[in-house]
Design a protein around this ligand. Sequence first.
Ligand SMILES: [Zn+2]
Length: 403
Amino acid sequence: MKNYLQLTRHTGNTTLFLAVEMSLVSALRGIPLHMHAEGLRGTGKTTIMRSIKQILPKITRIKGCLYNCDPDNPHCPQHAKLTPDEIAEVGTEEVPVPFLEISHSAKIGTVAGTINLKKLTDPTQPEAALLPGIIPQAHRGIIFIDEINRLADTSPEITDILLDAMGTKPGRVQIEETGLPLVEVPVSASVWAASNPDEEPGPLSEIRRQLSDRFDLVIPMGRPSTPEEVVDILKTNDEAMKSDDRGLSVEEQSQLEQLKKNIEDIALQCDIDMPDYLTNFLANLYINYNIESLRALEAIRQAAILHCSLRKRNQLLISDIMAVLPLALYHRVNPATLTEIMNTVNSNRMLDDKKNGSGFKLPKFVKRNQTKHQQFVDIAPPEKARSLRDLPEGDFIKKEKEH
Ligand SMILES: [Zn+2]
């Protein structure tokens, strides 16, 4: 298997690399960032998502706690009521950020939790205890689900559990088992999903709209767009096959360690705030384009801050918002509206750049038929608008020079 750094980055997949790193930083900060990569088979979405396992930093948990209790903030049925002294007595340990997968043949017990048979049949001290499932065990980490559209289609019960776990930040999971009291635990895990909307049973947004909206970001996957990129993929595939037996070289190992350290350092620097003028900008967007869900704005805010963190800046810029806005709106507005939003923002910025030199003013979203809007139309006539899917990233996300 190729290591994370060997994977070829091309125009069709760079956004997913960015998103997985943003979500990992967010998980380390204790706030989930849910994302869904949509694309054709063979675009490498699952490979990229799974390869993050090679750069997972460590977290500290109460020793042996399957719920990954944070020693400073224990939440599981066993440790929630312990005093700091009692926790110190149990001890702590370091484990990698959890990365667990839910397959579409999974059962409710596997996903939420079930009775712990080992403890129940222990001949010396039989007791009825719970064995947490994948979701509670992924607390402070990542849950990966391939073919989420199939899961939503065939397992409505598991979808309901996911809706609960992703409904708030942190979410919650209920573990129900006959003969045991109902247990509800908070869970803060980022859900990463992948699907091919062109295959049965179709796009997630059409199967379970509510679940689709729970994803903060949707990452549309594209194919490589130049022959050079394809050559690079083939070459690294070839090298990876040859090197499969030998494992990672010392150098590769140290590169991965460095990236892991970098992600950890970025996660610790979390003092970026959204300035008021950008919050107002989002509020205007919400009202003027009738955006259905406030989750969209929360997702833009959270992702923009993460984007800014990964750029190692401490001041949030409009470019951070522009980089994540299409990902947060992709599954929430229709393509024509999204293109209109991006065109309006970009043409406004070009107007302002021309007028004021480097100065940038935020666009005012005005309704159609107003004179100001006519100005934008001259610059970006609607017939020139293309579907978002057809636009290369550099074309529709114009960024100001970063400092
Ligand atoms: Zn615990």
